[in-house]
Design a binder for this molecule. Sequence first.
Ligand code: ATP
Ligand code: MG
Length: 415
Amino acid sequence: MTALQPVRGTRDFIGDDFRRMHHVATTARRISALYGFEEWATPIFEDTRVFSRGLGDTSDVVSKEMYSFEDRGGDSVTLRPEATAGLCRALVSNGLTQTNLPRKIFYTGPMFRYERPQKGRYRQFHQIDIEVMGAAEPLADAEVIACGWHILQDLGIGDGTILEVNTLGDAASRDAYRAALVAYFTAHKESLSQDSLVRLEKNPQRILDSKDEGDRAIVAGAPTIDPYLTPDAAAFYASVEKHLQRFGVPFRRNARIVRGLDYYSHTAFEFVTDRLGAQGTVMGGGRYNGLVEEMGGPPTPCVGWAAGMERLSLLLEDGGLTPPAPRAVAVIPVGDAAEGPALDLMQALRRAGVVAELAYRGNLKRRMERANRIGARAAVILGDEELAAGVAQLRDLDAGTQEKVPLAEVPARLS
Ligand code: ATP
Ligand code: MG
């Protein structure tokens, strides 16, 4: 029988791969908690409308990447391609739009997009995500960015990434800018990709985000939003920059950032790296003020980001920052009489917080071999003689030294 393979674009996480992903999630959970974020969990699949309404139908995600299907009951459901729309839906469905705002939410889990698989790009991937819901102040924008920066620094990959920030303005700024973009791109219509011709009709600003080579050349000469910003929008952006400086987060302006999803206004930002080839964005987000309304709630200003855990893990691997596997203590009984006491000792070690293992079978030699194979740091050997004396032989497998230790003292010695 042929061995079955994982579905294209999905992968398994085993050993170091798992440890890196786990380390990213636990670090993000710990640091975001310091900033007052609470963790939520929402379903992996949602009513398709959560995304088709929420993300905008000109986004790449909705137009060509969604895993949508009709379930057996005839409802159209979608494997979530991102977390934000589902979190907004949850805020509304749980009646949380009026009380205790702002809500600060941390999220982590798998996401699904039908993309061309490559390094750092999968069909099932994983994100960490934070959102502040119900805060219109630019300080909230700066705080979510500072939290992201703190996470990258704590992971040890801050130096390899740079924050790029932009403003997409408010509605009035965007209307004026849109007219300028339409005029510019219309003049270059012949050279635009098919996708961008559609964007020109529906959401010309999205052309700035095009990955098509030909489009990129035209985008390079496009006008920036700055001359079209209203005084309010300009003041908002200036305030975000001021707070970022106060938080001590280094950044540079990149007027081309628009973000892949349609729902952003004001602040848009990305943490980028040059270490992952084409998949250079590790964390991206911004302000979105209309999404909760799209889910049937009241106008609710929000800001947040999502980061790809696989890309963060690649940076950990690249930087030699893979967390080491925990090293066990191997408990080794010699002879039948020692089997029971060895089990007791193993449990005493585990209760003392020491990783302990006992091979299910084998003589002293085989069990020592296994201890070495699993990278054990120490072996505790219990034979008839040791039992009679109430001691164990404690062998340090790194130093190669061995000594007798009273049984009762073994857990404390190893913890
Ligand atoms: P890209 O431009 O790389 O396609 P995006 O703009 O579609 O990214 P977002 O929707 O903002 O990405 O998602 C936030 C982050 O999630 C990205 O910065 C990236 O780190 C990660 N990410 C997005 N799509 C994938 C994927 N298919 N595989 C792995 N990670 C992904
Ligand atoms: Mg994408």
